[in-house]
Design a protein. Structure first.
Lengths: 120, 819
């Protein structure tokens, strides 16, 4: 069974409402973190499973994320994609009282999200 | 004479005489239906090869196919399917009472079921001197088998002048092939027109001109009476006594069904072996006939498509897969395989009934001729010569009797508008419709069949049409086709955005009435389901239009391009296009661009179609520094906005220039730069009607005409869709051109749907209406439009100034946090 750790990844003030930022975590690995206008934060894998679009640059609304490259849409809570397409991995995320964003990630090396090949 | 026993099996014996395309295809169909379990199959073929595609012999002769590539079933195929093939063996007689077939190698084969697929042979008209004691005179060839073909090829190596007897399909293909081999070729044809079976007079004349244009001599109404030469061919003699010298003759005077075997066996034979609808020989339960040797309802076919249809019926029947299968005859369509000439025909070539409709078009100079014949609203014949673009559509209509367009001219041409070249019904299931998102026709149809009955629903679920949008009309057609009349009304189609049930004018009114100045405020007040990410940029655009400088800008409502003022690329980097108004630059700008490209190791520097310079592959974090060092304003090559004005050299240097297009282009671009619009706006200004800057195919184009006047074109396009702009008006000077342009743009901004390009907008609204509003000020709205435009222009700031003062935290960072 994989063990997990909750890690501080940045400050809430780093992210404007309803936008995302790509955050470097442990060992230089990346995750995408989003701040919802209605409150709370969400964290996902950094690249779109379709063609490797930078998800943090996507549009966000009502907890839905739209990839900037080809418009694939994902539920920020579950990671599921519209239309039954491949989804994204999400991580539990919350904001501490001091404004620090905490994300629960698997132990060991950071999540292995290779950016899909450009051709692919 | 021993009968060959099929040892060790209780399977019925199926014997097939003929290993040509009909015989082999029929056996394939039988095997596919599990017939190999019921039958042990033996085939006799008089050619010593596996089965090949006879149709491709023309290509082999012309050198475009290798003989090895035309085999349909190599010898392995027979082994794999446990089919016993006797190749190079000819059937000599059938005893249908003893159920045996004897062959010329002395064997006798018994059968339970017999299929006769003996095909046909070249017809050699009675011409003196054509045969010697050993067969055809050396140098004389039929054109039917791979042996014929190889014989022709080797003979042609030492020949210089060939006569082809017969100007039908095969004769022309043979002539073209020999021409390719470097021979002088003359076609001698008995009829008064080429391809007289398939073509009417008009088409035949144009075909003749096209054939002659290839360098082939054509002689009509010419009957060959004698082949000259004793050891080898030296020429031919015609009925009028004239002699044509040649060292090669190809006889392509038609084919005759091979029926002797069947006739001797006592089967009913007329022109071909007569068959029932089940493909049985008349009154024979155990004998089937298929292919060119079969005569069905008086017709003998010499083409491949009917043969496929017959094979299916025969296989259904003999295997019991469908005991009621019946062949009802085939509709005949054919294509000429002569490189340099495109010709497709189907059905009849000329009207036969008094009330047949004929539509035809003829353009002899380009060797184009098109005829369609319609009877009772159904297509019964078509000839397409020189331009076969509509052939798949017409074939579909011909085969299935589908409804034809009311405007019959659409049978011949694709008219303007975002046309769908091939009807959606005939599009293959796997054909990719949306090239951006890789959605096939089958994907769309499956979504509809899965219960989604609105266009917007299908687009959302499949992503079809959600990329560049150029396939939307085709997606719509496929949804309609797949729904087959059960399409639900989609009120959302008229909404400005799906999330808010209001049209654009209604939404603008609501926004004004309730004082909604930000996207989040609009969602809160008007959207039941809350924010919808994908439509935020559309609302931002509308709010900026309504409120201009009073708009409350929320950065999350912007697409990434408008957050960082560059166009996102597939690898997440951005492109940087500085404004070079009118495409006119100078040494300082060029030097700075070069310096920046060098310093930031820009992977690609590209001259764009809009006369600017694109620096591609810039990392997000480098954007501010790149802009600062360029010290040039944004070219807005990323937004739904006014982008660029392309100009020609104009009157300063050009010998032909009538107006100062360069200066007007710069002025126009400086005025409207970066203006928020429903879809991007690209303009052009041409200094004379030569249109070097392509002004007539821009969203708005100015073209100088004599007397200092300017034509204004709107709704042009030369992207995913191509359309010449409509001439909105002609104005007396540059000031008036800029003013009308502003009014048009403002009217478009207020009335176009989100992402609706001007070419769609202009067609939807209509030119007369646009002229009434924009030029004639029919509604008295001119001044208001001008004022609204002025307000928007006044609200403009160069977004690249954000280089010095980012608006949001980490706005220009690819990733945040310790590296």
């Amino acid at each position: 069974m994989t063990t997990t750790t909750e890690l501080p990844v940045g400050a809430l003030a780093d992210i404007p409402p309803n936008e995302g930022r790509m955050l470097r975590v442990r060992g230089g690995h990346l995750i995408a973190v989003f701040r919802l206008r209605e409150g709370g934060v969400r964290a996902t894998q950094p690249w779109c499973p379709h063609r490797g679009g930078p998800l943090a640059d996507g549009l966000v609304g009502s907890g839905q994320l739209v990839c900037p490259l080809h418009g694939r849409a994902f539920d920020l809570g579950t990671g599921e994609a519209d239309g039954g397409l491949p989804g994204v991995v999400t991580y539990p995320a919350r904001v501490a009282d001091n404004g620090t964003i905490l994300v629960t990630l698997p132990e060991g090396d950071a999540p292995p999200f290779a950016k899909p090949a450009e051709s692919g | 004479m021993p009968a060959i026993a099929d040892a060790g099996t209780t399977r019925e014996k199926l014997l097939v005489i003929g290993n040509g395309m009909a015989g082999a295809r029929t056996v394939e169909e039988i095997v596919e239906r599990g017939g190999d379990e019921r039958f042990s199959i033996t085939m006799l073929g008089d050619e010593p090869y596996g089965n090949y595609n006879r149709i491709s012999l023309s290509n082999v002769l012309a050198g475009s196919d290798d003989p090895r590539d035309i085999y349909l079933n190599p010898l392995d195929w027979y082994d794999e399917n446990e089919i016993t093939l006797h190749a190079g063996v000819r059937a000599r007689s059938i005893d249908r009472f003893a159920k045996t077939v004897s062959t010329d190698d002395g064997d006798e084969h018994t059968y339970d079921k017999l299929i006769i697929a003996t095909g046909s042979s070249s017809f050699f008209p009675p011409i003196d001197g054509m045969f010697d004691d050993d067969g055809l005179l050396p140098g004389v060839f039929g054109f039917r088998t791979i042996d014929d073909c190889e014989g022709m090829l080797s003979w042609a190596e030492n020949a210089s002048r060939a006569v082809v007897i017969g100007g039908g399909l095969l004769g022309l293909e043979a002539a073209r092939g020999l021409l390719e081999r470097g021979l002088d070729v003359e076609v001698v044809h008995r009829s008064s027109r080429l391809m007289n079976v398939q073509l009417g007079d008009g088409a035949a004349q144009i075909l003749q001109a096209a054939v002659e244009g290839l360098g082939i001599t054509v002689r009509l109404d010419a009957s060959t009476t004698r082949v000259v030469g004793s050891e080898r061919v030296e020429g031919i003699e015609l009925a009028d006594g004239e002699t044509i010298a040649c060292d090669m003759v190809v006889v392509a005077a038609g084919i005759r069904p091979n029926t002797e075997l069947a006739a001797r066996a006592g089967l009913t034979v007329e022109r071909g072996i007569v068959v029932e609808d089940t493909m049985h020989a008349v009154d024979e339960d155990d004998v089937y006939v298929v292919g060119e040797c079969a005569q069905h309802r008086g017709e003998v076919y010499g083409l491949v498509a009917p043969l496929w249809e017959q094979a299916v019926v025969l296989a259904d029947h003999i295997t019991g897969a469908d005991p009621h299968a019946a062949y009802h005859g085939s509709k005949v369509a054919t294509k000429l395989k002569v490189s340099g000439i495109e010709l497709a025909t189907m059905g009849q070539s000329e009207p036969e009934h008094p009330d047949d409709e004929t539509v035809h078009f003829s353009e002899p100079r380009r060797f184009v001729h098109k005829t369609v014949i319609v009877r009772g609203g159904k297509l019964v014949g078509a000839t397409l010569l020189g331009d076969v673009g509509k052939v798949s559509f017409l074939t579909q209509a011909f085969d299935r009797g589908t409804v034809l367009p009311e405007e019959r001219v659409e049978l011949l041409f694709d008219l303007g508008g975002p046309s769908v070249e091939i009807g959606v019904a005939e599009l293959a299931e796997e054909a990719q419709v949306c090239n951006c998102n890789g959605v096939s026709k089958g994907d769309i149809a499956a979504c509809v069949r899965g219960g989604t009955k609105t266009v917007s629903g299908v687009m959302k679920a499949t992503k079809a049409g959600m990329g560049c949008g150029s396939c939307k009309s085709q997606v719509l057609e496929i949804v309609e086709w797949a729904a087959d009349g059960s399409l639900e009304d989609d009120p959302a189609a008229d909404y400005y955005v799906p999330a808010i049930p209001l049209t654009k004018p209604e939404l603008m009114a609501a926004v004004r009435a309730q004082g909604l100045k930000s996207v989040s405020a609009v969602f809160a007040a008007l959207a039941e389901e809350g924010e919808v990410a994908a439509v935020k940029p559309a609302l931002a655009s509308l709010l900026r239009l309504v409120w201009a400088g009073e708009y409350e800008d929320e950065r999350d409502a912007r697409f990434i391009n408008d957050r960082v003022h560059g166009n996102i690329q597939k690898d997440g980097t951005f492109s940087v296009v500085p404004r070079i108004a009118g495409g006119v630059t100078n040494v300082g700008e060029l030097r700075r661009i070069a310096d920046v490209a060098e310093k930031f190791e820009v992977p690609m520097i590209k001259i764009t179609g809009g006369q600017r310079i694109d620096l591609l592959g810039i990392r997000k974090e480098d954007l501010p520094a790149v802009w600062s060092e360029l010290d040039m304003p944004s070219g807005h090559a990323y937004g739904r906005s006014f982008r660029t004005v392309k100009t020609c050299v104009g009157s300063d240097f050009c010998r032909f220039g009538l107006g100062d297009s360069t200066q007007l282009g710069i002025r126009t671009e400086e005025r409207f730069k970066g203006l928020e619009t429903p879809a991007k706006i690209k303009m052009g200004v041409a200094g004379c009607p030569r249109n070097c800057s392509e002004a007539m195919v821009k969203d708005v184009g100015f073209v100088a005409v004599e007397g200092g006047r300017w034509e204004i074109y709107v709704g042009g396009a030369a992207g995913a869709h191509v359309r010449k702009g409509d001439l909105l008006c002609i104005v007396d000077d540059a000031d008036a051109a800029v003013k009308i342009c502003g009014r048009f743009l403002q009217h478009y901004r207020e009335n176009a749907k989100w992402l609706e390009r001007t070419y769609t907008f202009c067609e939807r609204v209509g030119l007369e209406e646009l002229q009434a509003v924009v030029v004639d000020d029919r509604d008295g709205t001119g001044e208001r439009l001008d004022a609204a435009m002025e307000a928007s222009i006044a609200a403009y700031t160069d977004p690249w100034l954000e280089a010095a003062r980012p608006v949001t935290p980490h706005q220009f960072e690819s990733a945040v946090g310790p590296a």
